[in-house]
Design a protein around this ligand. Sequence first.
Ligand SMILES: Nc1ncnc2c1ncn2[C@@H]1O[C@H](COP(=O)(O)OP(=O)(O)O)[C@@H](O)[C@H]1O
Ligand SMILES: [Mg+2]
Length: 256
Amino acid sequence: MGKTTVSVNLAYALARRGWNTLLVDTDPQGSVGLSLSEKARKCQGFYDVVHSGISPLPLILPTRLPELNILTAGQSHHFFGSAPESSDGLAALRRIVAELSSRPFDLIIFDTPAGLTGSSGDVLRLADSVLIPQQAEPLGIRSIPQMLQAIQYLRNHGSKLEVAGILMTMVQADQKESTEVVRELRALVPAQLLCQTTIPRDPIFLKASAAGVPLGLLHRQPPAAAHVFDQLAAELEPRLHLNSPDSANEFTRLMD
Ligand SMILES: Nc1ncnc2c1ncn2[C@@H]1O[C@H](COP(=O)(O)OP(=O)(O)O)[C@@H](O)[C@H]1O
Ligand SMILES: [Mg+2]
């Protein structure tokens, strides 16, 4: 749980930091579109592109931020109607990625459904990096080693997939069970795979998804949890090989 929330808020944070970001919803239940706007929900998107062979480029929706664009899941009857063979899905995804690369995106974030099959599996086969959001609950973390094995399998079979990080979400710092799980996970996986940043459980997320906005747009002064995603974005930039030109690393004088 928490994948779509992380995708939307991280995409927003990275775009705010200047990276030209495309968020692609590959969940047939269209959760990015659902959480963002009524209008976005009715648009054609990813699954229409997969099934009809049309170009994704005209379906990319701009947002309030010039650096953030969205390709919604589109009309899921395509998915539930005649699901293509997995290999067709992979070929379609390869074509989509190739077409998207004609636009100057610094990164493309794919929000996937749960699991390793279907569109999630296809995305993993073609992606450069994967961020694994994991709810801080005891049963959940047991699937992490399995997930890492699956990734290793893909790497052994020609994929370049790297783990950008395992991100603990819905962490309750005041609950022993929750902090215990974080500790348990640290023992379970190599330390460098765990993100330093953790996402707290906070009712503000429900409010933001009801309003259909990233946390950063919920109020004029964004809530504290919004800044967690700025921290996550900064942490992930080197892991995602997002390198600023040297000129961007010069300090700015406070006064002339
Ligand atoms: N850190 C969090 N704290 C509280 N609620 C959250 C948090 N992250 C997600 N949620 C809520 O949990 C529900 C499922 O989250 P979502 O991101 O859609 O999960 P997924 O995409 O993995 O199914 C949503 O209602 C969302 O608002
Ligand atoms: Mg989701």
